[in-house]
Design a protein around this ligand. Structure first.
Ligand code: NAI
Length: 798
């Protein structure tokens, strides 16, 4: 046999990692762990424990406490008690704690990697070379932010006590993504690890002790979904950060709707892996191995949908099968293993069920003939081809080593297929043409797009989804904002609920007004949809009266159908999102100019409702506000990150899409301008429900729009019974975000009704906003809610 033949046929020998240190650590704790509360391990209050096992053998590793509501309460109390000392700590002191955590993680990195592999089943290569180094990187990076916090975020403060719930696929990494930014910004934490993988979180708890982190700053309560539920429901938690399934994310949105808890959700995905015919196919296949077989495919951003340009499909499939034949499935502690064990029996069964269903729906299943371990929970790498885009395996997250392959012909078809799921977490684009890649990346609805690379992560680059993949970002500057609130907002008083004028029976005309010498002005206003004045579908109008009861005019009673028409118009208004920032700025300036020309008449009419002084100030401030957003339109830009790889990451600010806006009642003109202008300045289209106090403002507004070059459908206005309209907007699946400025109960309704397509909801939390004060009512706070960041990773070099 020649050397070359030997080299090609040579088999792998076993290369097992020594687990003794990790095992000794488990033994040191007698393989039984309580919760970590107030700086110490504590037995669960009701004495209940459950087993955590090694999925590669199904053997028990240890017992951990099953957290009850009482345990959660103790942990929240401990976090609350720690807050007054932790929050005012100097930035440097907090930075030192985070730095110490990073250093200690590095010192124990091998033990943590082995423990992670034992508990999770992922290959040691991954836990050792990817997970744990990234964990340390997150603490280093955020030590830096702790140091810079007051300089870089003046006027912001920590949310307070933060509840964090994490999944089992990257146990310690998800902990780091959650705890590092929370601590850096001055929050204290109660974290619940996933029931399948609690061990590295408990090892982290011990590290907190080792670096003398003040007791109560980090608390870890183990347990299952019911423990998570108790944490979400606890009234003294100020923010919930969740990573896990979309289904649980929805339940959490609903459960927190009636509270002021800030919420970030990092949910599932069904990410497209798009390969164009000009791609370097061998590199793309290697990328695919990382994209779908990394961590057994149990990755929220796994490239689980392969979209191949038709011309290269056969060639590519052959290469993929060849490569799959060389993948090694086996004991994850073996350093030459590619694919480890599946987390749990229930997950293994779920994968099989979905594959079977995919085959029943017409897919062809191919699995390589490679040796499979005889015990433990394993699933072979699997390729499903001829998958129909509507098949369950093309639509649902399988969360296993299963690739669903489809073809496309043209770039626009690739985008259409790429966006053809409810998710929007990540995407990969492979093409040697940078023009094509960036053109496609810009059109994909995904929070992260990897160009000619895959599954790269760094603390400096935000990570998070579009659409039903959730909202909020982890990492980067934007990740910090999830744990901060403007001080004025956090401490603003509650708005007093006011009876909704339009929902009330019309006030009776008083004798004095009825007999008035001046006849009432007949103002019949219409809805404004797709750039046209429109009669309401109902054919009804409702009277609008002045503060003194005088009839001012009639406002159309829009209904569900009108909202649906308005949403359709907003979605079709593609000219606006596609227009340049410069064009948007110009249109806004023009709007302000036109408002200025009509200021007297508009103020005179508005004065009937809000009084002369407020009316005049509203008009003046509205002109300024529109100028502000004209100014922002071409300045609210993204940034470029330099993660420690050979690439740049372009953090693009993108509009969210179509936003439903429930305008504040108390300032009819200024409220509309303050809420709608930031949304359109960055390229969203809007359906606005104007102030119920004075819906007649609609007529003044559409006259402005009609004379200001605003493309039809950019702003649509529907008046009617506010709560009925809010409900329709909140439940409409083509509305991407909902803004609601109202009393606390209305804000809660908006949040709880928004769960269908998991729209992003921005409300005043029932708090009073001073709309005349620009420090509160304009600028970045609003623009942040009008945009979402897409991180596009672009490699460079040979
Ligand atoms: P899951 O969403 O049920 O669990 C994630 C975390 O949430 C765990 O810590 C769990 O204990 C907790 N949890 C469960 N129910 C809860 C509730 N009602 N309130 C508060 N916390 C709760 O995910 P699971 O069951 O482990 O996996 C099911 C599927 O979810 C997977 O097959 C996969 O498709 C998806 N998934 C997605 C993840 C991602 O990173 N996007 C991570 C884990 C699962």
């Amino acid at each position: 046999m020649s050397i070359v033949e030997k080299f090609v046929t040579m088999d792998y020998g076993p290369a097992p990692e020594d687990p003794r240190e990790a095992v000794a650590w488990l033994d040191k704790h007698h393989r039984r762990f309580g919760h970590f509360i107030n700086g110490a391990f504590q037995a669960p209050l009701d004495g209940k424990y459950f087993d955590t096992t090694d999925p590669s053998t199904t053997e028990k590793l240890a017992e951990v406490a099953q957290g009850s509501a009482a345990d959660i309460d103790a942990a929240v109390k401990s976090a609350r008690a720690a807050l007054p000392a932790w929050q005012p700590l100097s930035p440097h002191a907090r930075a030192r704690y985070l730095y110490a955590l990073a250093r200690q993680i590095q010192k124990h990195s091998r033990r943590l990697a082995v423990l992670e592999t034992l508990d999770n089943g992922k290959p040691i290569r991954e836990s050792r070379d990817i997970d744990i180094p990234l964990v340390a990187r997150h603490f280093y990076y955020h030590a830096g932010w702790a140091q810079l916090l007051t300089q870089e975020f003046p006027g912001y403060e920590a949310c307070g006590v933060v509840g964090q719930i994490i999944p089992w696929n990257f146990p310690l990494l998800m902990l780091a993504w959650k705890i590092a930014p929370a601590l850096a910004t001055g929050n204290t934490v109660v974290l619940k690890p996933a029931e399948f993988t609690p061990l590295t979180a408990l090892a982290f708890a011990e590290i907190c002790q080792e670096i003398d982190l003040p007791p109560g700053v980090v608390n870890i309560v183990t347990g299952d979904g019911s423990t998570g539920e108790a944490l979400v429901a606890h009234p003294d938690v100020d923010k919930i950060a969740f990573t896990g399934s979309t289904e649980v994310g929805r339940a959490i949105r609903k459960a927190t709707a009636a509270s002021h808890k800030k919420l970030s959700l990092e949910l599932g995905g069904k990410s497209p892996f798009i390969i164009f015919e000009d791609a370097d196919l061998d590199s793309a296949v290697e990328g695919l191995v990382d994209g779908i077989w990394f961590n057994q495919g149990q990755v929220c951003c796994a490239g689980s949908r392969l979209l191949m340009q038709e011309s290269i499909a056969d060639q590519l499939i052959a290469k993929i099968c060849d490569r799959m034949n060389t993948l090694r499935v086996g004991p994850p502690l073996d350093k030459s293993i590619d694919i480890g064990a599946i987390i749990a029996r229930v997950q293994l069964d779920r994968i099989q069920r979905l594959v079977d269903q995919g085959v029943a729906e017409g897919a062809t299943c191919w699995q390589p003939s490679i040796p499979m371990p005889s015990r433990g929970l394993y699933f072979p790498p699997t390729l499903l081809s001829n998958v129909h885009p509507t098949s369950i395996v093309a639509q649902q997250e399988i969360f296993g080593p299963v690739l669903a392959a489809m073809t496309f012909r043209t770039p626009s078809e690739a985008v259409e297929l790429g966006n053809n799921t409810v998710y929007g977490l990540a995407a990969c684009v492979w093409s040697e043409s940078i023009n094509v890649s960036l053109h496609i990346a810009a059109q994909l609805k995904a929070g992260v797009v990897w160009v000619n690379c895959t599954n790269l992560f760094d603390a400096s680059c935000g990570f998070g989804g579009y659409r039903e993949s959730g909202y909020g970002r982890e990492g980067g500057r934007e990740g910090l904002l999830e744990y901060l609130e403007p001080s004025w907002f956090k401490n603003a008083p509650q708005l007093h609920p006011r009876p909704l004028a339009i929902d009330q029976p019309p006030a009776q005309l008083t004798e004095a007004t009825a007999d008035s010498a001046t006849p009432p002005i007949d103002r019949t206003v219409k809805l404004f949809i797709a750039g046209k004045q429109a009669r309401p579908d109902s054919g009804y109008s409702t009277e609008v009266r002045a503060a003194d009861g005088r009839l001012l005019g009639e406002a159309p009673l829009g209904n569900r159908k009108d909202i649906r028409n308005a949403v359709e118009a907003a979605r079709k208004a593609t000219a606006w999102p596609k227009s340049t920032a410069h064009t948007r700025a110009q249109v806004l300036y023009y709007l302000a100019e036109n408002l200025s020309q009509h200021r007297e008449e508009i103020a005179t009419r508005l004065a009937d409702v809000v009084g002369r002084n407020q009316a005049a100030t509203e008009v003046t401030t509205s002109i300024e506000r529109i100028f502000t957003y004209a100014a922002w339109a071409d300045k609210y830009e993204g940034s470029i990150h330099n993660p420690p790889f050979r690439n740049v990451t372009l953090a693009m600010q993108e509009p969210i899409g179509t936003i439903g806006i429930f305008c504040p009642a108390e300032v009819p003109l200024l409220g509309f301008a303050s809420a709608v202008m930031p949304a359109i300045a960055v390229g969203n289209t809007v359906i606005a429900v104007p102030s119920e106090l004075y819906p007649l403002i609609t007529a003044d507004l559409y006259q402005l729009f009609e004379s200001s070059d605003l493309p039809p459908g950019t702003i649509n206005i529907v008046t009617g019974r506010p709560h009925e309209l809010l409900k329709t907007l909140a439940e409409h699946d083509d509305v991407d975000a909902l803004w609601c400025f109202a009393d606390a109960a209305t804000c809660a309704t908006a949040k709880s009704l928004s769960i269908g397509n998991l729209k992003q909801v921005f409300t005043n939390e029932g708090r009073s906003i001073d709309w005349f004060n620009p420090a509160q009512s304009e600028g970045r706070f609003f623009l942040q809610h009008a945009t979402q960041i897409k991180n596009i990773w672009v490699p460079y070099g040979e």
